[in-house]
Design a protein around this ligand. Structure first.
Ligand SMILES: [Zn+2]
Length: 270
């Protein structure tokens, strides 16, 4: 499909001279009960893949991966974009809290179902990853540093620490909304007692990304190349992948219902 085809359709009307009937301005407010019930059990997902994927294969493959009570129903609303309706709210919560998900090693980005959103205008601009923060000095492997450093990447949903907030280990794990519309963050330079320290990031479940431009998934305009970094040392590589994915130690993370209360930090200098 031509780039921006749907977007054009959405803005095209602004140039129309509307007839009297067309501009009736029909007001739609109340959502029907059946719609509300289904909407409450639904998410919207996008498979970030060039070829078109059928809803049946998605439904059966994801049911195995998600281990839910009954296969979710996928309804196509755009190219590789689906409304995913679960059998129960419990299934939905399990999938939502278990992000990030992959279909055939490709990202399946998920969004909360929003009755007012138009399928063609849905944006999948970030996804939640577990990032491992390596090299953090021991005195700073704690929850608030996790929020601070993770918050410079995106909204932080959880820091994997025991109740006292001290997260000693080989690294600190932070659950962060990672922006997909730019090169992936490789780490952060921090200053500890006047000394500069590089905190390197490793991403769990990062099976695919472009090592040339650093994007996890290319946008519609494809690879942006390495820009001014070209012809220098490789800027991205397999070192960004965590060797192993870890089980979270019972961290209570923000559910989709209290999304707005997730703690935000101002992004630091890039
Ligand atoms: Zn690329």
């Amino acid at each position: 499909m031509a780039r921006g085809g749907v977007d054009r359709l959405e803005v095209l009307w602004e140039n129309f001279r509307l007839s009297k009937e067309e501009s009736l301005d029909l007001e739609v407010n109340e959502v029907e009960d059946a719609m509300k019930d289904k909407g409450d059990r639904s998410l919207v997902g996008k498979v970030c893949l060039d070829r078109v994927i059928g809803k049946e294969i998605l439904s059966s493959m994801m049911a195995k991966i998600w281990k839910i009570s009954k296969a979710a129903v996928f309804q196509e609303v755009g190219t590789n974009i689906f409304i995913i309706t679960f059998h129960t709210i419990i299934d939905l919560e399990k999938v939502w809290e278990g992000r990030l998900w992959l279909f055939d090693n490709h990202l399946l980005a998920l969004r909360v179902f929003d009755t007012g959103a138009q399928p063609g205008a849905m944006k999948f601009e970030e996804e939640v990853f577990w990032i491992q923060l390596h090299n953090l000095p021991m005195g700073f492997m704690d929850e608030s540093r996790g929020f601070q450093i993770g918050g410079s990447v995106g909204r932080v949903w959880a820091v994997d620490v025991p109740p006292d907030g001290v997260g000693w280990g080989r690294f600190l794990r932070v659950r962060v909304e990672v922006p997909l519309r730019k090169p992936i963050a490789r780490g952060r330079l921090i200053t500890v007692n006047g000394k500069k320290v590089w905190v390197g990031f490793k991403y769990e479940k990062l099976l695919r990304m472009c090592f040339t431009c650093g994007w996890v998934v290319h946008g519609e305009d494809g690879c942006k190349g390495g820009g001014s970094m070209e012809a220098m040392e490789p800027q991205f590589g397999a070192w960004l992948r965590a060797e192993k994915n870890f089980i979270t130690r019972g961290v209570k993370q923000k559910s989709r219902w209290d999304y707005s209360t997730a703690r935000d930090y101002e992004p630091g200098p890039q």
